[in-house]
Design a protein. Structure first.
Length: 364
């Protein structure tokens, strides 16, 4: 592999990129390095100071390309910027995985001044007899909180004004390969992908929206799910997860720990609903269900993780994977939802997205 200008050090199969920037973006140069390193079986380790933050787009790209984020401590120590787990050295991110699993290091700080957010991860199949319109689902969801995407792009900074038609044309240009694009607005950030599967466009979206604090808008969760119902009139949801979480108001990812998120609901499209095991007690304990689109289900959870994991036990994973054809839907924890939890949350999130668990982050 030709030496890339961003490479500062090579430790075994790890490629170290140092950054002194307070905010690290997914630039075209960094995106190319992540892609090339992944293709050659190398692990990129982004190494920053403890006050640095990365953008949601870079957080996504690190997960997709199995890259690591290492944070230097004031005493010369090293820890995982996403999970806070201590690392003995750069080699740990190759030997143990790009996201280190375990209890956070004693010096891993807790977040301050966080805000309430909703994360929505959703896979969609576009009807073959209708025009493909990438981004319509994002706009429908954003309308529920009074915000909308303002800019988008495939690398940062995101300077192109949001235009759903242009986003769709980009996805068509990349077809049949996977297209990946990013969008942001006031209190909003998202990752979108699209690819062709047997002549059907499979779209994924992973969006985070800042919402009013508890009690300010008790009907918000219902409105978000109503928006999903509206989306189902144009495209077919396959599977989705809605989480309530805490994050930073600017949506940047910082090397800090946020409180545990709470699963609110899953969305199961009509075809995927056929793969559910409904023997015995149905709906599963601690859940309530409502229907949409001739067989689809919205399943709401009464007590978070236990209810989510009980529901996931009812899914035929192999048949579900055939529906999405390897669609790279971000796990909720790729966007800051599942950092460092017990109770099998990493396994649960990996199952939601076809077994590709890239760990948690504990940052917005």
């Amino acid at each position: 592999m030709v030496r890339h200008p961003l490479i500062d050090d090579v430790v075994g199969t790890a490629i170290v990129v140092r950054s002194a920037s307070p905010v690290v973006w997914l630039t075209e140069s960094l995106a190319s390095l992540l892609r090339r390193a992944s293709e050659s079986g190398r692990t990129v380790v982004l190494r920053t100071g403890r006050e640095a933050s990365v953008t949601p787009a870079l957080r996504h790209a690190l997960g997709v390309h199995h890259a690591a984020w290492a944070v230097d401590g004031p005493d010369g120590s090293l820890r995982d910027g996403r999970t806070g787990v201590a690392a003995a050295g750069i080699e740990d991110f190759v030997r143990r995985g790009p996201e280190l699993v375990g209890p956070p290091a004693p010096g891993h700080p807790a977040a301050t001044h966080s805000v309430r957010q909703i994360s929505i991860d959703l896979t969609l199949r576009h009807h073959a007899d209708r025009a493909v319109d990438i981004g319509a689902a994002i706009e429908a969801l954003c309308e529920t909180v009074g915000t909308c995407p303002t800019h988008w792009g495939t690398s940062e900074p995101l300077t192109v004004p949001w235009d759903r038609w242009v986003v769709t044309q980009y996805a068509k240009h990349e077809a049949p390969d996977v297209s990946t694009s990013y969008a942001h607005g006031d209190g909003f950030s998202a990752t979108m992908t699209a690819h062709l599967l047997d002549g059907v466009v499979v779209e994924t979206m992973s969006a985070v929206l800042t919402i009013p604090e508890d009690g300010a808008d008790p009907a918000l969760a219902s409105r978000l799910l109503d928006a999903v119902h509206r989306v189902a009139d144009e495209v077919e949801p396959v599977f989705g997860v809605v989480m309530q979480r805490r994050g930073d108001a600017d949506h940047l990812v910082r090397a800090v720990a946020h409180e545990e998120p709470s699963p609110l609901a899953v969305v199961v499209g009509p075809e995927a609903a056929e793969f559910l095991d409904r023997d015995g007690e149905w709906p599963p304990a601690r859940t309530t269900t409502s229907g949409f689109g001739g067989g689809g289900l919205v399943v709401r959870f009464d007590d978070g993780w236990e209810a989510l994991e009980a529901f996931l036990d009812r899914i035929d994973e192999d048949r579900f994977l055939q529906l999405v054809g390897g669609a790279p839907l971000d796990p909720a924890h790729d966007e800051g939802a599942l950092d460092g939890h017990d109770r099998g949350s990493h396994a649960a999130a990996g199952r939601i997205t076809g077994g590709r668990s890239t760990g948690g982050q504990g940052a917005a």
